[in-house]
Design a protein around this ligand. Sequence first.
Ligand code: SAM
Length: 293
Amino acid sequence: LLAGGHPSLSSGVLMETASALEPGLYIVAGPIGNLGDLTPRAAEILRLADVIAVEDTRVSARLLRAAGSDRPMLPYHDHSADHVRARLVDRMAGESVALLSDAGTPLISDPGYKLVRDARAAGRRVTTLPGPSAAIAALTLSGLPTDRFLFMGFLASKAKARGDALDEVAALRATLVFYESGPRLSESLSAMAAHLGDREAAVSREISKAFEETVTGSLSILSARYADAPPKGEIVVVVGPPGDAPPASAEDADAALREALTRLPVSKAAGEVAKKLGLDRRALYDRAMELKG
Ligand code: SAM
């Protein structure tokens, strides 16, 4: 394979010795549940790298076995001590370091950002072996607009922090992608309905595995569906953008704010109108203060 030159690796990645990779950082995407989704190019890097930085050595050992790799692993997290990262960046000067996550693409709700940042700052070669990511896979399954989307990762579990994060993006004309877990799913969907409005959504679970399933519907209907039967497995929630109504005018916003201020304190009134009209909550808060004053 190496002597003949792999078509995708021959251009600049392999050194002439044909047994080592060029020094630097290799970001390697792994499968999100189906071993068949490990790309041949990723498997080859895992077999050739001098060292593989992983989240959990037990999880990655299985993938390395499947890839036919016996390369040494080294645990790495972005919260690892600074000297662990510095040592890895030092090693990249003369060795190939692969970065692998427990699942999917490193850095996507997974460690790696600080390692890439520091590797770049030190002038190391950084390359990626692209592959599966649950966020993109779920987006493609959802049937919701894909022209503009925002990856939200995991929401906070505390209600206040979760609500604040949702309020912050409620006015964006973009599809939203969240990572979730079964036990939290119903409550999260109902918080999304409360803070974003009752939009169209899709819940995808166990993507690429035996029990893959995608269920679509409004946030409130999905929340009710999962209330008594939290689903098992790994989950992504995709929420469509706010409705296609033309943006509310300043007059509409003032009228709605005046009405809401007869019933609610300023911040609650701003929040309610922001959700109803799909406008920016902070701007409405400032305007509500003016109207009150
Ligand atoms: N780096 C990964 C990626 O690229 O998708 C994500 C890692 S994050 C720690 C793990 C979360 O991703 C899970 O809790 C779940 O929300 C989502 N996820 C991972 N694999 C999945 C799958 N096969 N089906 C649905 N969601 C999945």
